[in-house]
Ligand binder design. Sequence first.
Ligand SMILES: *Cc1c(COP(=O)(O)O)cnc(C)c1O
Length: 583
Amino acid sequence: MEHTRNTKFAADAYFLGPKSENGAWVRGEFQAILDHWFDWRRSLFAGDPEIISEARRLSPDFLREREVLGQELRHLLEMLRAEVPKYTPRYVGHMVSELSLPALFGHFATLLHNPNNTSREAAKIGARMESEAIAMLAQMLGYDPAAAQGHFTGGGTVANFEAVWRARYRMDHALSLALVLAERDGDRLDPFTAAHMGWRKFEALRVEREVSDREMRAASMVLSNPLDVGRRISNASGRDYRGPVLITPGNKHFSWRKAANLLGLGEASFWNAPLDREGRVQLEGLKRLIEAAREDARPIVCLATVAGTTEAGEIDPIDDVVDLLDDLRKDGIDIWHHVDAAYGGFFCSMLGGDAEGALDPKQSAALRAIGRAQSITIDPHKLGYVPYSCGAFLTKNKQAYQASSFQAPYIDRADDGDKWRCTLEGSRSGAGAAATWLTGKTLGFEAEKFGAIIAAGIEARKIFQAALGAENKLVRPLMPSDTNILCFSLARNGEKLSAANARTLRAHEKFQTSEEFSVSKTVMAADCYEALINAHVEVYEGDCDADQLVLLRCVFMNPFWADPRVSAQLISEFVDILKEYVE
Ligand SMILES: *Cc1c(COP(=O)(O)O)cnc(C)c1O
């Protein structure tokens, strides 16, 4: 659009506004959606009769039902007045805020048509929009949109499960092939090396050594009896097969524990990669775990890193991790790497424009490396400003996406119109895909618009952090903050961590009762965050006498924090609430 080139991007046109400032034209657009819905029905099947006549609509029976429905709807609306107000900049509690208008319009319009994206038969347009929206997200995340595959999910939890599900199939395919070759032809079997042979070698070996589907099925833990196959792996490899491990960093989301559990892995097979003093995955520790798995001949079903931790919005050094994994791949060890970017995936929208300036170069480099991973989770219902429930799962290419196919032959064609065969969920609403689609078409997932909104959140966090620190000497920010989340404790110089924890908890309770702000708290446990906790306590020369760190947590994603009037007023009120906690 030529005329917008020299004007400033008007982010406030994309949100209703805390006082419904855009209400008049937003009402018009909702009206247009309803008009479309009505007209659509009237225009289709023109020869069909009207069923509900005017006389019928005016009959007492009908009017009575209408009355009841109207009353109960008013009742519902009245109840919703007490719902948590997440649209306001006073809400900095969790990873949600004001919804964007394109997302709302897209969601609402599609909701009325109720497509089920599980199948093209139930979602002709819904499925097409889904493919296009996935391509938009793929582009933003650094995948080749023509090669990438994916679908929308109920959220990040399910998207993470999708990754593990596929990675487990890939591992099983490779292990079955290697077991056949060991039992049938006397090849040496090392479960670690075999499980990481990668697709190319798998395909080549299968053809070259003429291994049939029937042979592979009989050697598969998924398609045969897993305990029997495990014993056969032990016999063929000459050592006890102890099963695979799942490696995630200590800063992972709780969904990974659920994934390990669903996969049938015990806690002892769910390995925590250690974190550094800044709370990000530590490369040397990761290397040691990979070596330990190799020595134990245990396959790594999947290795996950996090872009935007749930606690603090931190970004793992994904670039270093993919370099490490690329080096291993050169040695024939192809480990499935999944980036859990449920929260932080949308930070990629800042890359390549002015917005990127809000990030530290280290974080930019990490975000740029996301596209080198096999698969990614991203949650449009968090930083995408899209209504619940809307997560997405993406793979770099078709091969990674197809791995979950139930049917022989091993690689079944995943037709992107009919996804039900390769999605964990069955019926899936098309509304989230459409909300993301309309956001991509209007705000675009690039630095100029969408990225600018996200960057403004990071800038707001910086301003808030500086102002709060200047006004209250007890405020101890968790350092560093990579993105738009500020975590802080309230601690006196030289005091015990347990005392600071108690004070921070009291402050959190105060926020909960005052209702002026929604602030969350997070508790970091020493079993994962020991180095970070020590670094935090060192700043105030405290005494580390507790095995956890309690923090207040503020998430800056509301677009109106970018307005200096909003931030000035809210910061001063926030400081006031904390004023009883003084040096
Ligand atoms: C929120 C989150 C998840 C889980 O996503 P849901 O949409 O709540 O299921 C997973 N990983 C990370 C890093 C998250 O922040």
